[in-house]
Write a protein that binds this ligand. Structure first.
Ligand code: UD1
Ligand code: CA
Length: 451
């Protein structure tokens, strides 16, 4: 990449996405916990785009809001009428006129394109090309624009509807993404006409127009899987499957063991350290990081959680947003943790809910402990000091503090703070009646015999 060369990325998101059969616009549907639009924005940003434009359709406040949420610095422009891909790009005329080094055009419904691929298109510009288009070898080229090449140069892109039989026989197809030299982008785009089968302004004509202006036009090739677009729910699922395959390989390449990779589902932003062991059937929602050496046992679900080094989670654990587990913690089966800081070496091994809490290092939380954090109106906090021991089946009614080193007797309902190193027992006192059971049985048997 040439240092100091600026890059404007224009993301086309004006599609209607009717085949999704959805009230939601297509580009707001999610893959790996992030909208399709979010994937496109992330990829061009990682490829060094320092100015972003999102082209949306009219009355698409929802798409605009998502773009603003993901990229507050992005300019949002409306393409009032759908007159083709070049027309859509020209909706970003103001930005194009600012004179950026590189111009990238991306489709918001093509979520698997890697940032390296966008960077590759920029690289072609830096080696002297005026236009660089991304192509792929199509298993079935029907419907795609065809790359007409000669001596390694890209001569033209011909849309399927405009192609003759010989051109339709070409299997090298246009993925739709393109990079244009910023010095020429606006002149090229403004020279594109609409005399074609669809009376649309085709971005693909940038190749022929660029050549006429004496520029070098080149093709870069990507695997078909990487450039697959999403038009319906089946294609959304196919894209998700390919994304998951890629992430599993990346996690393993980075030193994690996945016992049954095909059953582990990542989010776009899951971070997994070295020597992490992930057992079968684990799902990562957005915002999870797992530090080195941690073990995630089978059937666990994590979301918005931070798992410290060498911690052990599950089987059947649920970590919800704000679960922050320090090094060496143990969270066992059927334990749910939400918005809680769990200190180093803490054990929460069985059947527990810890929500809105802080648990000091080396505390032991007995089976069936529940933090009662919600009264129907407000959430309240539970603080458990270092080394405290909470007996099984205790209810800690928040707000409440258990002092460091304190003991809570099993089955207690704790409603008041417990001082450090104290014992709190809050349950009915036990009584024993000698011989009561034997006398009860004898009387009952006698009654039964009498009927
Ligand atoms: C486009 C390419 C074709 C390529 C194919 C790959 C053109 C002319 N053709 O065709 O060569 O093989 O993609 O999938 O570029 N859009 C707008 N406004 C418009 C028209 C389109 O924002 O007026 C957006 C769409 O929402 C979509 C993208 O541009 O994200 C592509 O448009 P689409 O109509 O799907 O183009 P294709 O005909 O599939
Ligand atoms: Ca398309």
């Amino acid at each position: 990449m040439q240092p100091g060369r600026t890059c404007l990325a224009i993301i086309l998101a004006a599609g209607e996405g009717t085949r999704m059969k959805s009230t939601r616009p297509k580009v707001l549907h999610e893959m790996a916990g992030r909208s399709l639009l979010g994937h496109a924005l992330a990829a061009v940003s990682a490829a060094g785009a320092d100015s972003l434009v999102v082209v949306i359709g009219p009355d698409r406040a929802d798409v605009a809001a998502e773009a603003r949420r993901l990229a507050p610095q992005a300019r949002i422009v409306v393409q009032a009428e759908r007159k083709g891909t070049a027309h859509a790009v020209l909706a970003a005329r103001e930005s194009l006129a600012e004179g950026h080094g590189d111009v990238l055009v991306a489709f918001a419904d093509t979520p698997l394109v890697r940032s390296e691929t966008f960077a590759g298109l920029r690289g072609a510009l830096h080696r002297g090309a005026g236009v660089a288009a991304l192509g792929f070898e199509a298993r079935d080229p029907t419907g795609y624009g065809r790359f007409v090449t000669r001596d390694g140069q890209l001569e033209a892109i011909v849309e399927h509807k405009d192609a003759d039989a010989a051109t339709r026989a070409i299997t090298l197809c246009n993925a739709g993404l393109m990079a244009l030299d910023g010095k020429h982008a606006l002149t090229i785009l403004e020279a594109i006409g609409n005399t074609n089968a669809q009376n649309e302004y085709y971005l693909t004509d940038a190749v022929e127009v660029g050549r006429r202006q004496g520029l070098t036009t080149v093709a870069l090739i990507a695997p078909e899987a990487e450039v697959q677009g999403v038009n319906d729910r089946a294609q959304l699922a196919a894209a998700e499957a390919d994304f998951q395959k890629r992430r599993r390989l990346e996690a393993m390449a980075a030193g994690a063991t996945l016992v049954a990779p095909e059953t582990v589902f990542f989010s776009h932003d899951t971070r997994i350290g070295r020597d992490v062991l992930i057992e079968p059937n684990v799902v990562f929602g957005p915002g999870v990081s797992v530090a080195d050496g941690a073990v995630i046992h089978a059937f666990s679900h994590l979301e918005g959680a931070c798992v410290g080094a060498n911690a052990t989670i599950g089987p059947y654990a649920r970590l919800r947003p704000g679960a922050d587990l320090a090094e060496g913690t143990k969270v066992g089966n059927f334990v749910e943790i939400k918005a809680a800081k769990i200190g180093e070496g803490v054990k929460v091994n069985h059947l527990t809910y810890i929500g809105d809490a802080e648990v000091g290092a080396n505390a032991n939380i007995g089976a069936g402990t529940i933090t009662c954090n919600y009264d129907g109106f407000f959430k309240s906090k539970t603080i458990i000091g270092e080394g405290a021991f909470i007996g099984s089946n205790s209810a800690l009614v928040a707000p409440v503090t258990i002092g460091a080193g304190a003991y809570v007797g099993s089955g207690s309902v704790i409603t008041r703070d417990v001082p450090p190193d104290a014992l709190a027992v809050a349950r009915g006192r036990q009584i024993e009646r000698q011989g009561w059971a034997a006398a009860f049985r004898a009387a009952a048997r006698a009654r039964k015999a009498a009927v």
